[in-house]
Design a binder for this molecule. Structure first.
Ligand code: CP
Ligand code: NVA
Length: 308
């Protein structure tokens, strides 16, 4: 069976816990090394990862490129517009061709059905580097960051403020798998997809959804937000106005636990979903979270190759 990583549930809770542990061990083992030097065991030596981008990226692109290098392998990075994919070659044919040429494929795209189709036709692992529906690789890095803060995942209270988007969907998946609770505050009409909420609840996570930002943040261990306008969405003034009461500012952070940390997948829009004082505060771990994309993506790759 080829191991595709399209959603967190493809790996499951035990594997995600193992990924976090492996990421911590590898991170510690190479502290202060040059960033491009391979890990001592170079477990993916000779392996090539192809990356396809149909949307912009800084962290996903660089973290996967550095991840495969640190594991001893190499990468090919392609913009979909420069591929025949951009001129109408099918996803099925692209998947079959790349499967004969490289060892794994990471794709960032819009419609989630495209990644399902890629996985259906690929005979090498396919990794979801973000779709309109989910962003599982980001959440492995977020969980690693939370654990590094000394916060055990089971029973954790995570507050999500703002848009019920792709990043929140993957947080909800993680909540079910890792047994933590999520309090969501969104404007009416911007709630997450019901299927992610129901799946998390079915696995025992407590998920609350409301329109009161202060209530959601109350005594939270972790406060998380994201851009109010995701890639591919129109910049609608009405949406921005509806989101304003859900801004993460110092008054909101004061409702959370004193030791609460602030996470944001980045890129951030200072003055919109988060204020500068919170973003730059001691509680903000956003750059540790960004660095952790490398360490987490190494774990994802190792899991895909059956090495975790
Ligand atoms: N957080 C994240 O996925 O960043 P990029 O869009 O820069 O890859
Ligand atoms: N929700 C954002 C995440 C960017 C990493 C988007 O999809 O644009």
């Amino acid at each position: 069976m080829v191991r595709h990583f399209l959603e967190l549930r493809d790996a499951g809770g035990d594997a995600i816990a193992a990924m976090i542990n492996d990421a911590m061990d590898r991170k510690e083992a190479r502290a202060d090394w040059p960033k491009g030097r391979a890990d001592a065991d170079a477990p993916l030596a000779g392996r090539v990862l192809a990356m396809i981008f149909e949307k912009n990226s800084t962290r996903t692109r660089v973290s996967f490129d550095m991840a495969i290098r640190q594991l001893g392998g190499s990468s090919i990075v392609m913009e979909a517009g420069g591929m025949q994919l951009g001129r109408g070659e099918s996803i099925a044919d692209t998947a079959r061709v790349l499967s004969r040429m490289v060892d794994a494929i990471m794709i960032r795209t819009d419609d989630h059905s495209k990644i399902d189709e890629m996985a259906q036709h690929a005979t090498v692992p396919v990794i979801n580097g973000l779709t309109d529906r989910s962003h599982p690789c980001q959440i492995v890095a977020d969980l690693l960051t939370i654990v590094e803060q000394g916060k055990p995942l089971p029973g954790l209270e995570l507050a999500w403020l703002g848009d019920g988007n792709n990043v929140l969907h993957s947080i909800l998946e993680a909540a079910g798998l890792m047994k933590f609770n999520v309090r969501i505050a969104t404007p009416p009409g911007y709630e997450p997809d019901r299927s992610y909420v129901d799946a998390a609840r079915a696995l025992g996570a407590r998920i609350t959804i409301g329109n009161d930002a202060q209530a959601a943040a109350n005594a939270a261990d972790v406060v998380v937000t994201d851009t109010w306008v995701s890639m591919g969405q129109p910049h609608a003034e009405a949406k921005i106005a509806a989101m304003e009461p859900f801004q993460v500012n110092s008054a909101l952070m004061a409702r959370a636990r004193p030791d609460a940390c602030f996470l944001h997948c980045l890129p951030a829009h200072i003055g919109e979903e988060v204020t500068a004082d919170v973003f730059e505060s001691e509680q903000s771990v956003v750059f540790q979270e960004a660095e952790n994309r490398i360490h987490a993506q190494k774990s994802v790759l190792l899991w895909c190759f059956g090495l975790i």
